[in-house]
Design a protein around this ligand. Structure first.
Ligand SMILES: Nc1ncnc2c1ncn2[C@@H]1O[C@H](COP(=O)(O)OP(=O)(O)OP(=O)(O)O)[C@@H](O)[C@H]1O
Ligand SMILES: [Mg+2]
Length: 217
């Protein structure tokens, strides 16, 4: 297997506060990794840096040359009046002019995420799980080979959680998409992820999810 991400002595400080220091880890292509750690230890900060939203204070990281990143942000409840349909919301990440080819790509991702039959439902009326799948469908339009999800299941009920995780598992197995999944849900991570990264006390530990020690949390 080849390396898809290499993180080298990554350090982040906000003013005087050091969030993390000298992080070193690698992700293999096609792997599924849970990013775990207590609140406020810098998981979202690390992801924001990897998504190039802002630069680190020191250190570096390198994705494989052919990387295409997909990002599913933390669940935000859209207003009940939010006017766009699931299909239109998903299409926000596509070219403005919806040619036949673009429409076909949108429909393909709506089918992939089990949203096609309810594509005309307004996002404001959709359930939490359906909204989260629409965010995923939107991210899939770019045909990513890496997907980063920040607490995507945090506010979902157990069934919606399983449904989203099975979809992520399918994307990994059938499309070889590398997954980095931020969560506080250790049982869910143990069920679906192979590896963990554990961020705490400004340091990161990496290992196999089956060996993850609950006392970390
Ligand atoms: N833009 C910013 N300016 C200053 N401090 C920040 C900024 N963003 C994050 N921080 C601080 O960095 C630390 C890490 O925050 P971050 O949101 O990355 O944690 P997290 O691990 O994602 O937490 P949670 O599990 O609660 O989502 C926190 O102390 C936070 O207050
Ligand atoms: Mg966070």
């Amino acid at each position: 297997m080849s390396e898809i991400l290499n993180v080298n002595n990554l350090t982040m400080r906000f003013d005087k506060k050091t969030v993390f220091k000298d992080l070193n880890f690698k992700l293999e292509e096609g792997s599924m990794t849970a990013l775990l750690g207590p609140n406020g230890t810098g998981k979202t900060t690390l992801i924001n840096i990897l998504m190039k939203m802002f630069p680190p204070t020191a250190g570096s990281f390198k994705f494989a040359a052919d990387v295409r990143l997909g990002y599913v942000p933390q669940f935000r409840n859209l207003d009940a009046e939010y006017p766009l349909s699931i299909a239109a919301f998903t299409g926000l990440n596509a070219p403005l002019i919806k040619s036949k080819k673009v429409k076909d790509i949108i429909n393909k991702q709506l089918k992939e995420t089990n949203l096609y039959d309810i594509r005309n439902t307004r996002m404001g009326e959709a359930s939490g799980g359906q909204k989260q799948r629409a965010y995923l469908a939107q991210a899939l339009l770019d045909n990513p080979n890496v997907i980063i999800l920040d607490e995507a299941t945090a506010s979902l009920d157990p069934m919606a959680k399983e449904e989203l995780m099975q979809l992520i598992e399918h994307l990994n197995e059938k499309h070889n998409i590398t997954v980095l999944f931020v969560t506080h849900d250790v049982p869910l991570a143990t069920k679906y992820m192979q590896n963990y990264l554990y961020l705490n006390h400004q340091q990161i530990a990496q290992g196999r999810m089956a060996d993850f020690k609950e006392e970390y949390e």
